[in-house]
Ligand binder design. Structure first.
Ligand code: ADP
Ligand code: MG
Length: 430
């Protein structure tokens, strides 16, 4: 499909201001991204930049901390709770700083000075340690008459050590003077707290608390809803990881049919329950509908037939009844892809699908992914295979430090990178 046509396709998944925080670490810092039907989006970027987290947030394997995720235009996740919490925390910190005197500009200036001195002191300590070692060594060598060390050398080394000691002592004295200043200025500031400022902050605090409470309530309500639709959403998204995660105690076919069969049976039970309810409470005649439902065996047989068809497609039909342990890494990954496809997803998410493979097996897996792409499958693929990204992707995202720093067709992104971090990244790997 040409790029023009894809740009007119409907948006399948979209994120706005998507954030994810683990503890105090902001891993995703606000990702805005639209993935249209038929797009093949490659995601590249340094290790630890948040690529996997982004992918996992797309299918809600990981719950985002904030932002919006929509699928087919319907909001699947939305929360500004985290953002409201940040505002609240910031105001609390400000109030604390004002009350303790920390907020005074004079105190801040001295604190900066103290931080710089501490840094210097750290270096000075390291140098002193080094000089002391050298002096000791020189003395030993002189005593043993080894290493051609003279009395003068030892004196020089000792002098250097003394000098380093003096530097450390001087820095310590300066630091303690600055610390005393900080203490004094803080005490002064504490006495002269600006009442109007404090009043303003307290009002802001009240408002922030109220907004946070509202956001939290909305978030919790949304989560309950999300849990209900999340299963449906996941069914539409196949995910393939670096490590294949096949069940070793199940055959290849069992691995592939496990999810479709259990979901099929679950669906069947739900449908049957629904029909029986209608019969019981609304006195409808549902005999025909009940008879038309598949039975469990049919569901299993259908899943098996589908598994065979898919296995044939990736050239592994002869492996249908073996256990994963007998397969190579490349074969396992092709099975993992088939297992995802068996759910008939609308989009495939690949997280470094070839990174754990021996080099000679990378090709066969990429080939399968490429065929899927050619057949029109929408996909997002985190990869280090730049040639593959160039060849197959319709768009490449460069993720760095939790943000999409560049978003362009491969020819532009690789041929004419704009972002400095991207340039640096490409120069290292190409
Ligand atoms: P990438 O896939 O780009 O290498 P990840 O999304 O895996 O990066 O990780 C981004 C950052 O988030 C890393 O610093 C990682 O340590 C951190 N991280 C990922 N998952 C978790 C988690 N479950 N708990 C805490 N930190 C995590
Ligand atoms: Mg990763």
């Amino acid at each position: 499909m040409s790029e023009k046509i894809i740009q007119q396709n409907p948006v399948l998944i979209s994120t706005r201001g998507l954030t994810k925080r683990f503890g105090s670490k902001d891993v995703l810092k606000g990702i805005d991204c639209d993935i249209r039907v038929g797009e093949k989006v490659a995601v590249i970027g340094p290790s630890g930049s948040g690529k996997s987290t982004f992918l996992r947030c797309l299918n809600l394997l990981e719950l985002p901390s904030g932002g919006v995720v929509t699928v087919d235009g319907a909001v699947l996740f939305q929360s500004d709770m985290q953002a409201k919490k940040d505002v609240l925390d910031a105001i609390k910190a400000q109030i604390k700083a004002v009350k303790s005197g920390e907020a005074s500009p004079e105190v801040k200036a001295h604190q900066e000075e103290a931080a710089a001195l501490k840094e210097e002191l750290l270096h000075a300590h390291a140098e002193l340690k080094d000089a002391a070692t050298k002096a000791k060594l020189a003395a030993i060598k002189l005593a043993k008459k080894s290493g051609g060390v003279t009395e003068e050398d030892v004196q020089d080394a000792v002098a250097a050590r003394e000098k380093a000691t003096a530097v450390v002592a001087e820095l310590k004295a300066r630091l303690s003077a600055v610390n005393a200043k900080i203490k004094q200025k803080k005490a002064e500031a504490k006495k002269n707290v600006d009442a109007a400022e404090l009043q303003r902050l307290n009002e802001a605090l009240t408002q922030a608390k109220a907004e946070y409470a509202t956001a939290k309530k909305a978030h919790n309500a949304a989560m309950r809803k999300t849990n209900a639709v999340i299963d449906e959403h996941r069914r539409n998204m196949g995910m393939v990881f670096q490590h294949f995660n096949l069940f070793n105690n199940l055959t290849v076919t069992e691995n592939i049919t496990l999810a479709p069969v259990s979901l099929g049976i679950k669906d069947l039970a739900a449908k049957r329950k629904e029909l029986l309810k209608r019969k019981l409470f609304k006195h409808e005649d549902v005999t025909e509908q009940l008879a038309a439902l598949p039975d469990k065996l049919e569901i299993i047989e259908n899943a098996k037939t589908n598994a065979k068809r898919l296995l044939a497609r990736v050239g592994l039909l002869d492996k249908a009844d073996v256990f994963p342990s007998t397969l190579s890494g490349g074969q396992k990954q092709r099975i993992a892809i088939v297992r995802s496809l068996a759910m008939n997803p609308r989009v495939m998410l690949f997280d470094e699908p070839t990174s754990a493979l021996d080099p000679e097996m990378v090709g066969e897996v990429l080939e399968v992914i490429k065929e899927l792409a050619d057949e029109g499958m929408t996909m997002v693929i985190v990869t280090h295979e730049m040639n593959f990204a160039k060849e197959v992707a319709t768009r490449v995202l460069f993720v760095d430090d939790g943000l999409i720093k560049e978003d362009a067709p491969p020819a532009d992104l690789f041929g004419n990178p704009q972002n400095d971090r991207l340039k640096e990244f490409l120069s290292k790997i190409l």
